[in-house]
Each structure stands twice: as structure tokens, then as C-alpha cells.
Design a protein around this ligand. Structure first.
Ligand code: BGC
Length: 257
């Protein structure tokens, strides 16, 4: 990829909507990250207005040709949002990509947040040296997942919603559950053990990468997990969604040019 390629990434999260211009050669920001608080309620219309403000903010750093990638914490199939586990239910079946393009007057690419983070970790972060099957999971309010094999992202894997022991996996093992129940790492680890054992048995990945805010404390829980598969923390921290969305948008545009 040519060194001068940049794209704009925007990450729509529960508390903030964040954007930055990304150098796609390096996987690094070329601008400061700009964050605007997520409107409450975070209906599609309210969120789209914030995205428009972010694009205005970067107006002098991008042009009409700059690809724009946007994440949402939900399933996105061909630009349509199909789930809303941790976002406003009005997103379900919302034609997100079309609505954004109409409001912004430019092409955008809408992707699942964990897919974007996984793609970024594969190209610029923790999974850069792994050419086999990589599963990234983000532990946060929910559990997001990305399945990556030899540079190919299999989108919308939603492994946070595996049913394990009759329960939705993220309701047992997301880091928000640790916070809500006030669990120590010692108490939380068995939940992660159960979760990753099931995912390992189903997919036999070559590498697990663990993202989400809690990954900064990875040394307190990852070494305690007993798995065949190496399991390592993500390295791009909260930049992963922005960087991955930017790269996916750039590649998507390349397919249509
Ligand atoms: C959603 C996923 C999302 C994950 C992390 C889950 O509840 O279903 O689409 O990737 O949370 O935000």
C-alpha cells in the first residue's frame, strides 16, 4: 500500500464517538483524535449528526476521495444494521450506510466495531506476525469478535452471543459483568476460562487476541487461562476501531473504483 494513503476512521461507542485520520501505510493517526460524547438516546438520527460534526472537524485534512470507515457495535450486513445488543433498539434494520451517505454527501463504509478492531490488530498490531486463524475478542460492555484468516476477515461472527451453559456468553463473561458484580480477577477468570475453552473447541484458532479496555490489565488474567491456543493482549488500544474502519473503507472503495 502506497505510503501516502490516508483514510478517516470513526468509532461509534456507547460513551463516545471518536475519529481520526489514519496513515494506512503505518496504521497510525496523522491527526489528533477527536471525541464527541455519544448523544442520549443514541438513536441513528442523533448519532449521524455527531458523525457529521466529526467529518466537519476533519474537513481540511481530507478530500472527496478520502475513504471514510465508521464502526457500530452491531451486526452490519451490506450497510444495514441488524442487531442492537448494547445500542438503541431503533438501529435494528436501519439502513445505516445509506442514511449516512445521504446526510454526509459522500461514500462511507459501515462495519462492526470488533471486525474493525480485529482487522487493525491483524495489519498493524498484536496479530501482525500470524498468518493462520486469528480470533480477536473485545471484552467490554459486551463481547465482540473478529475472525481473521490469512488477511481475510469473516465479518459479523458475533461470538459474544454464543449460548454457553444456557446463557448468552457476553452476559457471563464481558468485562462489564466483572464491574457490575464487583468480581476480583480471581473470580472473573473461571468465566473467561469457560468462554475461551468453548471458542477454542469450536474453531481451533492459531491465536487469540484480547482487546477492550480491560486488556491493559491482561497480565492479571490472561496468564491464568489454560488453553492450547496462545492468547495475547491487543496492542492498538482504543485506536483499533478507528484504524481498522479506515483501512476497511479504503479497501472497499478500491473494489468499486
Ligand atoms: C454486539 C457486537 C459488538 C460487541 C462489542 C455485542 O453485544 O452484538 O456486534 O461487536 O457487542 O461492541
Amino acid at each position: 500500500m502506497a505510503k501516502h494513503h490516508v483514510a478517516l476512521g470513526i468509532d461509534i461507542g456507547g460513551s463516545g464517538i471518536k475519529g481520526a485520520v489514519v496513515d494506512l501505510g503505518k496504521g497510525e493517526f496523522t491527526t489528533k483524535r477527536k471525541k464527541i460524547l455519544t448523544p442520549k438516546p443514541a438513536t441513528p438520527e442523533a448519532v449521524i449528526e455527531v458523525v457529521a460534526q466529526l467529518i466537519d472537524h476533519f474537513a481540511d485534512k481530507i478530500d472527496d476521495k478520502t475513504a471514510v470507515g465508521i464502526t457500530v457495535p452491531a451486526v452490519v450486513q451490506h450497510g444495514v444494521v441488524l442487531s442492537a445488543a448494547n445500542i438503541d433498539p431503533t438501529w435494528i434494520e436501519f439502513e445505516g450506510e445509506k442514511a449516512l451517505e445521504k446526510r454526509l454527501g459522500r461514500d462511507v463504509h459501515l462495519v462492526n466495531d470488533a471486525d474493525a478492531a480485529g482487522y487493525a490488530e491483524l495489519h498493524y498490531g498484536a496479530a501482525m506476525d500470524e498468518n493462520g486463524l486469528v480470533i480477536l475478542t473485545t471484552l467490554g460492555t459486551g463481547i465482540g469478535s473478529a475472525i481473521l484468516y490469512r488477511n481475510v476477515l469473516v465479518p459479523n461472527s458475533e461470538l459474544g452471543h454464543l449460548e454457553i451453559d444456557g446463557k448468552d456468553a457476553e452476559d457471563e463473561a464481558a468485562s462489564s459483568v466483572k464491574d457490575t458484580l464487583g468480581l476480583t480477577y480471581e473470580e472473573y477468570v473461571p468465566r473467561l476460562q469457560r468462554y475461551y475453552s468453548v471458542v477454542e473447541a469450536l474453531f481451533s484458532p492459531d491465536l487469540f487476541v484480547v482487546g477492550g479496555g480491560i486488556s491493559k490489565d491482561a497480565d492479571q488474567f490472561l496468564p491464568k487461562l489454560k488453553l492450547r491456543t496462545p492468547i495475547i493482549p491487543a496492542t492498538l488500544e482504543n485506536r483499533a476501531g478507528i484504524i481498522g474502519a479506515a483501512r476497511l473503507a479504503h479497501e472497499e472503495r478500491g473494489r468499486h473504483d
